[in-house]
Design a protein around this ligand. Sequence first.
Ligand SMILES: Cc1ncc(COP(=O)(O)O)c(C=O)c1O
Length: 366
Amino acid sequence: MASIKSGFRPDQIIFTGPGKTQKELSFAVKQEISLIVVESVNEARRLNTVAEQTGITQNILVRVNPLYRTSYSCEVQQGGNNCNIETEPNAPVQLISTNASKFGIDEQNVSEALKEIVSLPHINLKGIHIFTESNVLDYQQLVASCQNTINIANKLKSQGYPISIVDFGGGMGVPYNNVDLAFDIQAFGQQMQSISEQNPYQYQYIFELGRYLVCESGSYVAEIVDIKTSQGKKFFILDGGVHHLLRTSMKRANKFMDVIGKEKQNTEKVTLAGKLPTPLDVMVEDVEVPTNTEIGDRIVIYNCGAYGFNHSVTNFALHNYPAEVAYSDGEIDIIREPGKIEDFFLNQQFPSVKNLEKVLALSVDT
Ligand SMILES: Cc1ncc(COP(=O)(O)O)c(C=O)c1O
């Protein structure tokens, strides 16, 4: 729906992700979007039924949970370790992952699963989708991952499955500090081209760029409303928090920040915490800030254009969501007004409150 609202044509849209409901599948099929990525045999069966009811044959990709991941998968680099993969400084390019995953069909089972999927008459297998790497800065790591995906596609193709599209998901990273090198998109493109030219089969390749396109275009700004010390540790409490910017899996990224208008000549380490009543709401620990920072100053965290607002726990404790401001061609526009307290009561009803007096009267009587 968001893509259509933003002006993309249905034939430019791919629907991915686990847990697609009947309503969502039906909407996507009726819109005649180009591809739906199925995440399991059950989802393929459900989609087949929906497509039959709509009178359409829907083109699909099948998502595969591969055996191999690179050592830099899943934001491991940024301090999170969502994949539970051991990371060593000199780790080989690819590691075997024994991870169970909610995403896709296990590589070991995919050939068997495709037997049934290709027999379903209202869906049409076009290829595979594998997305395990995010925020990879070393282009060779991503090349290795893509090569692994192509190998899986080749194997399925040689077994007779009609694979013509290979979707690599996202993965291209952006540096969250001043020292890491940017992803070398040119070298990546050249290597991918050479892999494609040497591959025994020709495919249409798809990348679903997310972070790489938009991350560096956004920053998060919040005011410091309190400064305090607890057990020798200094805290800046912000008029913000993880309801605005949740990056708990990559807290180190939040260190890419400044205090607006203050030079970093003399610095000290502080913890940036938000206003939510939960210990989860710590944005980053041990960040260097100027010693002359005061209440009322504003901090800016860079590279929040991806995985910012939409990635956050926006309704937590009913604290307002942030305004969003766009800057383009010298013009500044508010593209989202800051949240208001009334927003939390939209679509909410209080039948018991309406009857409260009656209920209270009853309980006094009994
Ligand atoms: C299916 C899919 N494709 C692409 C992306 C974008 O990934 P990245 O930010 O690594 O470019 C995501 C992000 O969650 C995704 O779920």
